[in-house]
Design a binder for this molecule. Structure first.
Ligand code: UDP
Length: 242
């Protein structure tokens, strides 16, 4: 476990994470902790409270977070990509006959994502899907639908902070055990967007590939230096290293 700006970041491997998630019997919220998500959390008390809740596990899903942990001399073992965790949870649910629910992205993407998953895992129980274009403060029918389906895992792909706000608001009320915000992962699984080539993933350049493919992302990179600067100048680090 590594501590950055009061957040406890999971410091083990992906396999250890999966063991922790599946050993728990209680609800768990897996947060893909990249600098943007964590920075958004600092600006919203409810999100921050949810991220720091005992039921939350923040994974280091961004090289900005991995480097920050190293610079603070409290390193996490490795970057854990949210999309890989999502796929591992799906595999496990498929094996154990448990269901999943896909919430997010546009209608065509979420439908394609379902068919691509069923091509790969023909017996996978997808208890429901819904696109991510709705008002999260007025969505009782969606909450009822998810509760009726009561899936083991709910993947929410609405980007940050919308997906995290949705989970924070409804986690208590939803009959779901594993919650996970997965950003643009449905676009990747549906084949709309590719992940970076392997060599770029290896060199920690996935962010560069995503900006090259979708230049509007460049603005969002600003969260990385802001987050790192805040972390490196945070008094709590200075105090704890004394
Ligand atoms: N999205 C959504 N509802 C919204 C806004 C966005 O479902 O109101 C979806 C969008 O279609 C895309 C995903 O959220 O599938 C955006 O994820 P993004 O790429 O921003 O996330 P990242 O992977 O960068 O965290």
């Amino acid at each position: 476990m590594s501590e950055i700006l009061g957040y406890k970041i999971f410091g083990g491997s992906k396999d250890e994470l999966l063991t922790t998630v599946f050993q728990k019997k209680d609800k768990v919220n897996i947060i893909s902790g990249n600098p943007e998500v964590l920075y958004n959390g600092l600006k919203d008390d409810q999100l921050q409270e949810n991220f720091n809740d005992d039921r939350s596990i923040i994974i280091p899903d961004g090289i900005g977070v991995v480097y920050t942990s190293k610079l603070l001399r409290d390193p996490v073992r490795e970057k854990i990509a949210g999309i890989e965790v999502m796929e591992a949870i799906i595999q496990r649910c498929d094996r154990d006959g448990k269901s999943i629910y896909l919430l997010g992205a546009n209608q065509a993407v979420v439908e394609n994502c379902r068919s691509k998953l069923l091509d790969k895992y023909p017996k996978l129980h997808i208890a429901g899907i819904h696109n991510g274009y709705f008002d999260i403060d007025n969505c009782e029918s969606i909450i009822d639908e998810i509760n009726a389906a009561s899936p083991e895992a709910l993947f929410v792909a609405m980007g940050s902070p919308k997906q995290d706000k949705f989970i924070t608001k409804y986690m208590q009320r939803l009959n779901v055990r594993i919650f996970m915000g997965v950003g643009g992962s449905f676009d990747v699984l549906a084949g709309k967007v590719n992940r970076a080539p392997k060599w770029m993933l290896k060199c920690n350049l996935e962010w560069l590939y995503r900006v090259y493919k979708e230049p509007f992302r460049i603005k969002r990179l600003g969260a990385i230096p802001k987050f790192m600067w805040m972390a490196l100048t945070d008094r709590r680090n200075c105090d704890s290293k004394k």
